[in-house]
Design a protein around this ligand. Structure first.
Ligand code: PXP
Length: 238
């Protein structure tokens, strides 16, 4: 049974829309733990569009399950990771103009830069996973870099518009997962997973961890909305 890593970035996105103090991703992490999350995932982006440095520092102190930091292989963020020591780092590509992480890390094309970052994190005692496309070459390149695991990008599976396309993308994930298992890498999945598409990938043999954010935050807004309005109305009506 794979573990669930709950990505709380978009709780911080709502807070940053007003540059205020609520909703606090630290509270969301505590509630996620109460709900059974096996891990808390957050992405400290270079542009700090959602998660802030303070969030990472406080979460390091409060989170009792696995703390997984997504980050680009850049010096500034690497220094922060080494100082804060999350349990796991997932290295992702990052472009300023993107709305979300668009593709996997091109390990094959950026070997030296990624390797230097991995070595520094590993020396600091942090487990490293690489977010890659479900492609055997990327998984093999990750193995050669000595990381503990890979997170296979499920975005194309999630975005498929026909059954045939979804089946093809599913098979690509299964095949890349088999390579990861054969190479003795932990194999995680993430991106675009929802209440509708998660079950099929959760049952892929060998998958250890699913990282899910947007869909959980979206549902939380909806399932909590009516109660939030009732509580405000009760204050007004008295
Ligand atoms: N895994 C990685 C590596 C990601 O970059 C993201 C998005 O931050 C996720 C998982 C979660 O994706 P989603 O928000 O679509 O569930």
């Amino acid at each position: 049974m794979p573990e669930l890593g709950v990505n709380i970035d978009h709780v911080a996105t709502i807070r940053q829309a007003r540059r205020t103090i609520e909703p606090d991703p630290v509270w969301a992490a505590a509630l996620a733990e109460l709900g059974g999350a096996d891990g808390i995932t957050l992405h400290l982006r270079e542009d700090r569009r959602h998660i802030q440095d303070r969030d990472l520092r406080v979460l390091r102190e409060t989170v009792q399950v696995k703390l997984n930091l997504e980050m680009a292989a850049e010096d500034e963020i690497t220094e922060i990771a080494i100082a804060v020591k999350p349990d796991q780092v997932t290295l992702v590509p990052e472009k300023r103009e993107e709305v979300t992480t668009e593709g996997g890390l091109d390990v094959v094309g950026q070997l030296a830069r990624v390797k230097a970052c991995i070595d520094r994190l590993t020396d600091a005692g942090i487990a490293v996973s690489l977010f890659v496309d479900p492609d055997a070459r990327q998984v093999e390149a990750a193995r050669n870099l000595g990381v503990e695991g890979v997170e296979l990008h499920t975005g194309r599976y999630a975005d498929a518009t026909t059954e045939a396309e979804r089946d093809r993308e599913f098979e690509a994930i299964v095949a890349a997962g088999e390579v990861a298992v054969a190479e003795k890498l932990k194999f995680h999945l993430g991106h675009g997973l929802t209440y509708r598409n998660v079950q099929r990938v959760a049952r892929i043999p060998g998958v250890c961890e699913l990282n899910i954010g947007h869909s959980i935050v979206a549902r939380a807004v909806m399932v909590g909305f009516e109660r939030a309005v009732r509580e405000m109305k009760a204050l007004i009506v008295g």
